[in-house]
Write a protein that binds this ligand. Structure first.
Ligand code: ADP
Ligand code: F6P
Length: 327
């Protein structure tokens, strides 16, 4: 690999909703860069750290023990001002002043959009996909998704125990914003009787019919995994079920932020590590404006301005994406 030895230092930040594995990625970025003689500065609280000029040099010891830690030691967050062109210009000027030869942006699709703006202003940037929603175009999976699904699966299994003891329907609302991936994966993995997603709205009568069928088949529970972006909120669907004449009395649980925290799964630790190392290698070989995408069991660098319009976590259009390699 031909390294760009002119880069003395790079920055790394986490942006958007936090995701388990962000820390593991920060660790990988720091260790991969230091290994190649490049210093790393952590930028605090997403793009806010560039606006407020809050950065700190990270050495190897500062990122020790991060593989297993949820959250983000750098903080993560939204930065509404970053949508303004003049604020972004000030941030780009600061990156140059701080002598950062590139930035690794770890976050979701909004964070990627911000990264692409910096890239267009001449700042070398590589984006790493991290969000529990798995709603990013161009990558089969994002850092944090696997852990969030495992967390949901554990919770749904527990809820299923109590549902079957009481002959109840339990509606479990999982996160995912506008994407039903978490709901589908956790619903299939727990054998839920019904999964409701934003992608496939359903008639209320079909929910009632399925309940009647389930009771006829002798089922002592009726688990519904409901995506947060679906047509009903959990409380609303519960009320509608209980107001009608249905065989199961309904209760609901919203899993919420519990899905964002906790130690990352083995898969997320490895994914985060591989993507972090790839991001550093990309910057050091002069590549910018790309996403470290997961495709066919490996990391590929996909140009950020050449992504499909929408995410395709089901993999139908993924093969049509144009890819470039580091060489
Ligand atoms: P995520 O990265 O998880 O999708 P957001 O959509 O909230 O989370 O985006 C995170 C941050 O990225 C925003 O608060 C903003 O600072 C920045 N950002 C999002 N969209 C854009 C955009 N179109 N242009 C510039 N910056 C953006
Ligand atoms: O994008 C991750 C996510 O947890 C979504 O699943 C959820 O809709 C959203 O973030 C919640 O955002 P906030 O942290 O701003 O409440």
């Amino acid at each position: 690999m031909m390294l760009n030895t002119d880069i003395g230092a790079i920055g790394v930040l986490c942006s958007g909703g936090d995701a388990p594995g962000m820390n593991a990625c920060v660790r990988a970025v720091v260790r991969a860069a230091l290994y190649r003689g490049v210093k790393v500065w952590g930028v605090y609280d997403g793009y806010n750290g560039l606006v407020r000029r809050e950065i700190e040099e990270l050495d190897s010891a500062k990122v020790a023990g991060l593989l297993q830690r949820g959250g983000s030691i750098l903080g993560s967050g939204r930065c509404p001002e970053f949508h303004e062109a003049d604020v972004r210009a000030q941030c780009a000027a600061y990156v140059r002043e701080a002598d950062l030869g590139g930035l690794v942006v770890i976050g979701g699709d909004g964070s990627l959009a911000g990264a692409m703006e910096l890239h267009r202003m001449g700042i070398p940037v590589v984006a790493v996909p991290a969000t529990i929603d798995n709603d990013m175009p161009g990558t089969e999976i994002t850092i944090g998704t696997d852990t969030a699904i495992n967390t949901a699966v554990e919770a749904i299994d527990r809820l299923s125990d109590t549902a079957s003891s009481h002959n109840r329907a339990i509606i479990v609302e999982v996160m995912g914003r506008h994407c039903g991936y978490l709901a589908v994966q956790s619903g299939i993995a727990t054998g839920a009787e019904m999964i409701i997603t934003p992608e496939r709205p359903i008639e209320l009568q079909s929910v009632f019919d399925e309940m009647t069928n389930a009771e006829r088949r002798g089922k002592n529970r009726f688990m519904i995994v409901l995506a947060e972006g679906a047509q009903w909120h959990a409380s609303e669907l519960t009320r509608l079920i209980n107001e009608a004449d249905n065989p199961y009395d309904a209760r609901f649980t919203i899993l919420g932020y519990i899905q964002r925290g906790g130690a990352p799964s083995r898969f997320d630790r490895i994914l985060a590590t591989r993507m972090g190392v790839s991001a550093v290698e990309a910057l050091l070989t002069g590549v910018s404006g790309v996403l470290t995408a997961w495709s066919h069991n490996r990391v590929e660098l996909v140009p950020g301005d050449d992504l499909p319009e929408r995410a395709d976590p089901w993999g139908e259009t993924l093969t049509r994406i144009q890819r470039i390699s580091t060489r």
